[in-house]
Design a binder for this molecule. Structure first.
Ligand code: FAD
Length: 331
């Protein structure tokens, strides 16, 4: 029997959207790929998160393993790795899924090293045969995809690129599988020597949703000419239910915060719709958007490299095109 264990990431009692994608990926693996009988469990770590555990019972896992303790209030990689490794070893879980978020990227290699298992990162699709995992992952800044295969059937640690898998849907009353059981984990004997502690979380003002989680991203580059001009992108993003991102040139100019930078040294994103305004499409920028479902580019230079990857290209002055789009959407 294959056991898939999904790490559900929460902050201040709120579940990250990409954790539902990880649950969806786990469910898909066990239900559709013909692995025979399997178990899908999920693990939640934090403090005072019993209510959250109740709300995630309906997303297809058989068990929600809950580690609830004041010492786990804020993310601590040593304590989280300790709890995860202990549970995985106890259960002999074959596959451990985490989202490739900042937390998942920090936790997954530590966990794989602790377990002595393989680590498959930034996966965009998963398959399984004879208990061994096969995955597609992006390499060379997203310019190529590689097919990789685990060689051992136990403790395969996997990070999933956000927005690459459909999120798990809640199971309705009377449907199978039944809502998960919540199992409290014994966390009374945690290591008392965490090597680092979180002192504080400083939120960036004005950043509503993480660009890597958004379904629609409207991004601006050097062609925006100044911070004040991003107002039109905010309006467009709002109308489309999205958020505003930026190229590194726009971030370096101080027009947008670093948190919304898209690309090699920024966030990798996979939204349903990406609209690039006044962005040339450097290799480093494209590294962050190759898995966007639809790319629209607005640029006055018909030779701009962004048009080579765009599904739809609008050659024109963004200060005319964007307001025209806004008035069409309003009208
Ligand atoms: P530009 O390349 O200057 O392009 C501006 C575009 O705007 C042009 O194509 C122009 O035609 C168009 N334009 C101007 N005015 C208008 C108008 N009125 N209407 C329509 N179009 C207009 N970059 C990133 O974005 N993300 C990264 O994570 C990143 N990481 C990097 C890491 C390294 C190690 C290095 C070396 C570079 C990195 N860069 C990154 C920088 C990258 O190489 C480019 O310099 C940067 O992406 C350029 O940003 P841009 O497209 O906004 O600006």
């Amino acid at each position: 029997m294959v056991e898939v264990l999904v790490f559900l990431e929460q902050r201040e009692g709120r579940l990250k959207g990409s954790s539902l994608e990880a649950l969806g990926a786990g469910r898909q693996l066990l239900e559709e790929v013909g692995t025979g009988p399997g178990r899908l469990n999920a693990i939640l770590i934090g403090n005072n998160i019993k209510d959250l555990a109740e709300t995630v019972r309906c997303y297809g896992a058989q068990k929600i393993l809950l580690a609830d303790h004041p010492a786990l209030e804020r993310y601590n990689n040593r304590l989280y790795t300790y709890i995860l490794a202990q549970e995985v070893q106890k259960r002999g879980a074959a596959i451990i899924l985490l989202s490739a978020t900042a937390m998942g990227r920090d936790l997954a290699p530590r966990l794989a090293a602790r377990l002595g298992g393989p680590l498959l990162t930034e996966c965009t699709s998963l398959d399984i045969s004879d208990g061994l995992l096969e995955a597609t992952r992006l390499v060379y800044a997203g310019r190529l995809s590689a097919r990789v295969k685990s060689t051992v059937p136990r403790f395969q640690v996997v990070t999933l690129r956000p927005n690459a898998f459909p999120p798990a849907q809640a199971v309705g009353a009377g449907f199978k599988p039944a809502p998960a059981k919540v199992e409290m984990l014994d966390v009374s004997t945690l290591p008392t020597d965490p090597l680092t502690v979180f002192r504080d979380i400083i939120y960036t003002k004005g950043v509503k949703t993480d660009v890597s989680e958004a379904r629609v991203v409207v991004a601006g580059g050097r062609g925006m000419r100044g911070a004040e001009n991003f107002r039109i992108l905010e309006e467009l993003a709002e109308l489309l239910g999205g958020v505003v991102g930026a190229s590194r040139a726009a971030v370096d100019a101080g027009w947008r915060p670093q948190e919304v930078q898209v690309g090699l040294t920024g966030k990798t994103i996979s939204p349903e719709l990406y609209i690039a305004c006044g962005i040339s499409g450097s290799a480093q920028h494209l590294a962050g958007i190759v898995t966007a479902r639809h790319i629209v580019a607005i640029n006055k230079d018909p030779e701009a490299p962004i048009f080579r990857v765009a599904d739809l290209g609008l050659v024109g002055d963004l200060f005319e095109v964007v307001p025209a789009l806004i008035s069409r959407l309003k009208g």
